[in-house]
Design a protein around this ligand. Structure first.
Ligand code: SF4
Length: 351
């Protein structure tokens, strides 16, 4: 029977070649598995490992994460991108603490009701964190199954997903479900890679329809391409050179870089707030524009033009509060900063 043959073949391969030393595989708990799964969405294993280790050191339990403040959580996430993941992680930790006394629920339905947990992440938490039967369908698994069964269509289309979930569910065994889950993820991450699958080394080579018909390059089908729109903004870097401080503004919780700290922005430099302008005693002659940098989000490009504005003496009439922060370049506070902001601050500190 194909299902049985598929899982036993994969498990035998896993016993010899699977990954067993990833940090989240050690003392695996639903909490540790959950954090790793969220970090691994859109991000490679090697990039995630140091972030994961720092995160676990700072937030070893769901309670430690729930009780931390927003800025500390975002600071430990900064650089991984897709910050909604960090905000959801924080919210979910608080809900798990309040509603489930710090213990993750163990059913798919209750797990997917928590912010940021989809069906596949819920399946991974159950399979890898509790060793019960759970089914996953992450990017690696989608690629393997699309090839093994020559599944036509872009895997994120609802109809195609449905088909892939059907295969994923029917192939996942009850026995050794955690190992099977790790095995299929490992196969996708190592042999069944995106551009050059190593089919001659693959334990599924005989079962794999794409390999048998010489069509591995066709699967999974590519996402229909679309041209991303371009937006632009000026980021205003108010720099007190004497105190080595820079003015940062907290972004609203919704939208890009939600709740992270950034520079004040304006889409039109000529219309920049005149009140703030005079309050800061700006010397227009000394402002300088830096070359624009492009940051690409999933749905648009953002062209950022930094404008360096050195401040005159006695400028600090903007008080720190929940919205404004004077960031000390010599002794920086632990704040959530998006990657391009971090880069600009490093450039400034090196001037
Ligand atoms: S035979 Fe090739 S394409 Fe098929 S699952 Fe294995 S590595 Fe992937």
């Amino acid at each position: 029977m194909l299902d049985h043959e598929f899982s036993t073949t994969l498990l035998t391969w896993f016993d010899h070649h699977g990954r067993k030393h990833l940090p989240w595989q050690q003392q695996a708990t639903p909490y540790r598995v959950w954090v790793s799964e969220i970090m691994l969405q859109q991000t490679q294993v090697n990039t995630v490992i140091p972030y994961y280790q720092r995160f676990m050191q700072r937030f070893p339990t769901v309670a430690a994460l729930a009780e931390a403040d927003d800025d500390t959580v975002l600071h430990h996430w900064a650089g991984l991108g897709y910050y909604a993941r960090a905000r959801n992680l924080h919210k979910t930790a608080q809900l798990v603490l309040q509603q489930y006394a710090g213990k993750f629920p163990e059913t798919i339905e209750l797990l997917i009701a928590l912010p940021g947990i989809g069906r596949s992440t819920a399946g991974a938490i159950i399979a890898l964190g509790t060793h019960q039967r759970g089914v996953i369908l992450d990017g690696n698994v989608k690629r393997v199954l699309s090839r093994v069964f020559c599944v036509e269509g872009w895997p994120d289309q609802p109809k195609v997903q449905e088909k892939l979930w059907h295969y994923a569910d029917s192939l996942t065994p009850v026995e050794r479900c955690a190992d099977y889950t790790q095995a299929i993820m490992d196969l996708g991450a190592t042999l069944c890679s995106r551009s050059k699958p190593a089919c001659p080394l693959c334990p599924l080579s005989v079962l794999c329809q794409a390999n048998q018909s010489n069509r591995t390059a066709e699967f999974p089908h590519k996402k229909p391409t679309k041209v991303l729109p371009i937006k632009s903004t000026f980021m205003l870097i108010f720099h007190n050179q004497i105190e080595q401080q820079v003015l940062l503004e907290k972004r609203p919780p919704q939208g890009i870089w939600g709740s992270l700290w950034s520079f004040p922005e304006t889409a039109d430099i000529s219309s920049f707030d005149p009140a703030l302008h005079s309050q800061l005693m700006l010397d227009n002659n000394s402002t300088r524009q830096w070359p624009s940098v492009r940051h690409t989000f999933s749905h648009f490009h953002l062209d950022i033009t930094p404008v360096l504005i050195p401040l005159s003496k006695g400028h600090i009439s903007i008080m720190e509060n929940e919205r404004w922060h004077w960031y000390d370049l010599r002794q920086p506070a632990e704040l959530g900063l998006a990657a391009p902001i971090k880069k600009l601050l490093s450039k400034l500190a090196a001037l």
